[in-house]
Design a protein around this ligand. Structure first.
Ligand SMILES: [Zn+2]
Ligand SMILES: [Zn+2]
Length: 403
């Protein structure tokens, strides 16, 4: 897995800050103020040109960048893979289909209203591209019957603009200078974004309730207020409060791993669809509830943990404030976790030969989303959840941190 670096400016004092693409908090070494990125679903970056290109000849071509887990249900089998790739977000731009290595050797930059050059408007939806790209990587060849179900989960889907020189002699790579085509290119007005595409917005990492500094690693999506005991997540330009609970016994040496918990809404499958031993948890009001990891991990383990947590029963506790302990950061947005439910259901329903049929009957909607901190304790190289009898190798978590 590769990771891109992004050159930013501290929103408070303007000092330069280098961010890893998986980080959500900009921590400034100079003024010490931390900001959380709260802009929309896709971060937008550009690769600055290396060649000297006059603004009139500088064109930015958009690429979708995806890093995460891909799952497909093929008959009764679940295929899965880690994916790290990029693909052009416009058709036939006359430039390479993928970003290749260029974005690993170049630092990315924020697109600002003052960014020079023209930006092509992305026309290919990210969903279609993921379907195509990930289908190939999952080993679903062109001749093969397409699987009933494909899901992609992962937090990094960004839009990266790569520079191209548009000259009388055609197109040239704005980084290496390599010629792409010898023909002159005409661009229609409607292909060009009227202004540089929207970029990032930030908020200081302060509790909206009490003004306290919120705690959380730079990769964490959820931030804790250890003063008033509230939990916060960036959503559509602001911080919103997130319900949470603790699960398992209160241990001395606890490491809390975050899981998303949803109720299924009215479209859930009937209880008889599941064998008694692996029925989903029943929530208050006898609604099925599902639990999936709120962190990235190898896809096979993601599936196993989701199944174990969803069909396990156990009790929780509600402390006044966050107990002093190690908290593993929540790095996977809840909508990504929710998208995983059909794959999880396919591994829980009775109809093991044709799970897709059973799963398609479910019309799930995420309801009453909350973050659950599950207590594990450290035993040698493993983390163990004694109430549910779940074990996890610590290395598996460090692998998950890299994507
Ligand atoms: Zn600063
Ligand atoms: Zn607070």
């Amino acid at each position: 897995m590769t990771s891109y670096s992004i050159d930013l400016q501290c929103p408070q004092c303007g000092a330069p800050v280098v961010l890893d693409e998986t980080e959500r908090i900009v921590a400034c070494d100079y003024c010490r103020v931390r900001h959380i990125i709260v802009s929309g679903r896709h971060q937008t970056y550009c690769i600055p040109p290396k060649q000297d290109i006059p603004p009139d000849s500088l064109l930015y071509v958009p690429y979708w960048r995806f890093k995460g887990m891909a799952f497909a249900l093929l008959g009764s089998k679940v295929l899965h893979r880690l994916i790290d790739s990029s693909a052009q977000a416009v058709e036939n731009a006359g430039v390479p289909f993928s970003l290749g290595l260029r974005s690993q050797t170049q630092r990315l930059q924020q697109v600002t209203p003052a960014s020079p050059g023209r930006f092509l408007i992305p026309t290919l939806p990210v969903k279609d591209l993921l379907q195509r790209m990930n289908g190939q990587r999952l080993g679903l060849g062109a001749g093969q019957k397409s699987p009933g179900l494909q899901v992609h989960i992962g937090e990094v889907v960004s839009l990266i603009y790569s520079p191209v020189l548009v000259g009388a002699q055609g197109l040239q790579d704005g980084i290496t200078g390599r010629a792409y085509s010898g023909k002159a290119v005409t661009l229609e007005e409607e292909q060009i974004s009227p202004e540089p595409p929207a970029s990032m917005s930030f908020l200081p990492v302060l509790c909206p309730h009490c003004g306290w500094d919120l705690a959380g690693e730079t990769k964490s999506l959820c931030l804790m207020c250890t003063n008033c005991g509230s939990l916060w997540i960036g959503h559509k330009g602001r911080l919103i409060q997130l319900p949470f609970q603790f699960y398992g016994s209160r241990l001395q040496d606890a490491v809390y791993l975050p899981f998303w918990r949803f109720k299924a809404g009215d479209g859930e499958l009937p209880a008889e669809a599941f064998p008694p031993a692996i029925r989903p948890l029943l929530d208050e009001g006898s609604k099925q509830a599902f639990m999936v990891p709120a962190f990235k991990i190898h896809p096979g383990l993601y599936l196993r943990l989701s199944r174990q947590m969803t069909s396990g029963t156990g009790s929780g506790f509600k402390p006044e404030k966050f107990p002093k302990a190690a908290y593993y950061p929540a790095t996977l947005p809840f909508r990504e976790g929710f998208q995983f439910l059909p794959i999880l259901l396919s591994r829980m329903v009775r109809n093991a030969g044709q799970p897709a049929e059973a799963v398609s009957a479910a019309k799930l909607k995420p309801r009453q989303v909350r973050l659950v901190f599950v207590s594990f304790h450290s035993r040698g190289s493993d983390l163990v959840q004694p109430d549910l009898n779940i074990g996890l190798h610590k290395n598996a978590l460090s692998v998950g941190r890299s994507f």
